[in-house]
Each structure stands twice: as C-alpha cells, then as structure tokens.
Design a protein around this ligand. Structure first.
Ligand code: NAD
Length: 274
C-alpha cells in the first residue's frame, strides 16, 4: 500500500463502513493519525474500525490515543462545521481527508423512481460531500496548511448504471465538484481528486446491488442472484470484482506525496470496465 505522510492527521467519513474502514486502516498503517467519522447510529461500527486502527499502529508515529472517533451527519452543515472545529482544536487540522460517506438509494427504473429517495441520495452524496469538502478546506485555510482530499464517486457516475438513476446522478455530480474544487483550492495548496470504484466485493454493497438488480425487471440483467453476479463479472475485462484493499490502495496513493502533482482527476478502479 502507498504510504501517506507519517504523523499527519486524517479524517475519514463513512469510517464504520467497508471502504471507509479499509482506508482508515491503510492510513493507520502509514503512521497517520486517523479521525474516524460516521453517523451516531453507526457508533459501534466506528469503535470497531478504531480498534482495528489501534491494532495496526505499530510504528513510532502514533499511539492508541491518536485515533479518534467523531459522529456527525454529513447532511447537517452545522454539525459538519463544528465537528471540524472540534477535531482541529483537539487533535489537529486534518490535512488528509477521505470524503467517503454515501448512500446507494433505491433500485428502480427511472419511470418508477421515488422522488423522495432522489432527494435523500442527493442530500447525502452531493450536499454532504460538498459540506465536508468545504469544512476541510476552511480548516486547512485557517491553519495555513495544504493537504489532499479524495472524494468518493463511482463508476455509476461515469457510465450511468441502470435502475440507479439517483445514485448515478449524485456520483457524476461528485466528479464535477472534484474538478471544480481542484481549481478553487489549488491556490491553498489543497489537491482534490476522486475515485470511482466499479464492482467491489465481497460484502454488503456487492450483495445488495446484485440482489436488487435481479429483483428489478430490466433488459440488462437476469432475475436470479447467481446469473446477475456472473453478468456483472463478465462486464469486467479482468473478470473479477475488485477488493477493498484495491480501493484503499488507490485512495492512499491519491492522498500520498507520490501523487503530489495529481489534481482534479477521477481515478477509475474498475478492472477496465466501463
Ligand atoms: N462498495 C462498492 O461497491 C462501491 C462502489 C462505488 C462507490 N462506492 C461508494 O463508496 C462509499 C462507501 O461505500 P461502502 O461500500 O463502504 O458502503 P457502506 O454502506 O459500508 O458505508 C457507507 C458509510 O456511510 C455512512 N453514512 C451514510 N449516510 C451518512 C450520513 N448522512 N452522514 C454520515 N455518514 C453517513 C454509513 O453509516 C456507512 O458507514 C459510498 O460513497 C459508496 O457510494 C461503493
């Protein structure tokens, strides 16, 4: 795994979830101090992620008390801003930020899609990502330091996934936001990139999307779990889904100094699939 700057403070949203946990662990292994953020309702998962980070920190740069948890809802702009203020005062300014919290939304054809769910998806995946990015940039600006942010997009936002109209819309917006923010924040020494994982597994999101695509009638997928899983794998030139470690590796690269001249890029982690 690429190593990030030891001793730096990082903040990972969605850190109780699969990808957030995996990136938090990679950061901890690099000797980075990790602030693990998620919803208050995910506090148990957040504590588990923190324990794993503590166990992974066997270097000189960190000790158990360096990894903290913080809870906020990314859609509550006041909560996001005050969480960043608290973290900056108590731990230090996060200079490596993985803006990852997200919600997949319903699976339904566009003609049937529930507009209330559309609003929820956009609120979490777009407004939430925007708010975290803004608070992170304000904190770095106030401290007079630069840093790096990686926003979580998705191949759904690159190619448009069937039955995922709201999610695809939201992730395309994240890619646009990334490119715009990369320009706005460059003068502050803050790089902004995004990652777009394709099919990643095993785990909850893989199973949920296979199951739900099988349950919605469409010309693109069959109606059983096994057939849909096979169809999805056959769409990937490398003929497998990606692992959590492979997502974490790409995120850590973008957060590391090795990517010091990489800015405004959306990195596809898809095995070559569209
Ligand atoms: N797993 C995949 O196949 C895949 C592929 C492409 C993109 N992604 C994206 O990666 C990110 C992480 O996905 P994951 O697979 O780890 O899913 P996950 O469900 O395991 O994790 C998502 C986390 O986000 C948190 N979250 C949701 N709403 C929130 C809110 N309002 N405020 C704060 N936290 C909130 C959840 O509590 C959860 O811990 C998401 O943005 C997702 O869209 C995942």
């Amino acid at each position: 795994m690429p190593a990030c700057r030891p001793g730096a403070v990082s903040l990972v949203t969605g850190a109780a979830g699969n990808i957030g946990r995996s990136v938090a662990l990679g950061l901890a292994r690099s000797g980075v101090r990790v602030v693990l953020a998620d919803l208050a309702s995910a506090a148990d998962g957040l504590d588990e992620s923190r324990e794993l980070c503590v166990a992974a920190s066997t270097d000189d740069y960190t000790n158990a008390s360096d990894h903290r948890t913080v809870t906020f809802d990314v859609t509550d702009f006041g909560e996001v801003a005050s969480a960043f203020d608290r973290v900056a005062a108590e731990v230090g300014t996060p200079t490596l930020v993985f803006n990852n919290a997200g919600y997949q939304g319903h699976f339904a054809n566009l003609v049937d899609y529930d507009l209330a769910d559309l609003r929820r998806v956009l609120d979490i995946n777009v407004a939430g990502v925007f708010a975290v990015l803004q608070s992170a940039a304000r904190a770095m600006q106030a401290a007079g330091v630069g840093g790096a942010v990686v926003n979580m997009a998705s191949m759904a936002g690159v190619s448009g996934a069937p039955n995922m109209g709201a999610y695809s819309t939201s992730k395309a917006a994240v890619i646009g936001l990334t490119k715009s923010a990369a320009k706005d924040l460059a003068p502050l020494g803050i790089r902004v990139n995004s990652v777009s994982p394709g099919f990643i597994g095993p785990g909850f999101m893989w199973e949920r999307q296979v199951e739900l695509q099988a349950s919605v009638p469409s010309q693109y997928y069959a109606d059983t779990f096994d057939e849909v899983a096979e169809q999805m794998i056959n769409m990937v030139p490398l003929r497998r889904y990606g692992s959590l470690d492979e997502v974490a590796g790409a995120v850590l690269f973008l957060l590391s100094d090795a990517a010091g001249f990489v800015n405004g890029v959306n990195l596809e982690i898809s095995g070559g699939g569209a």
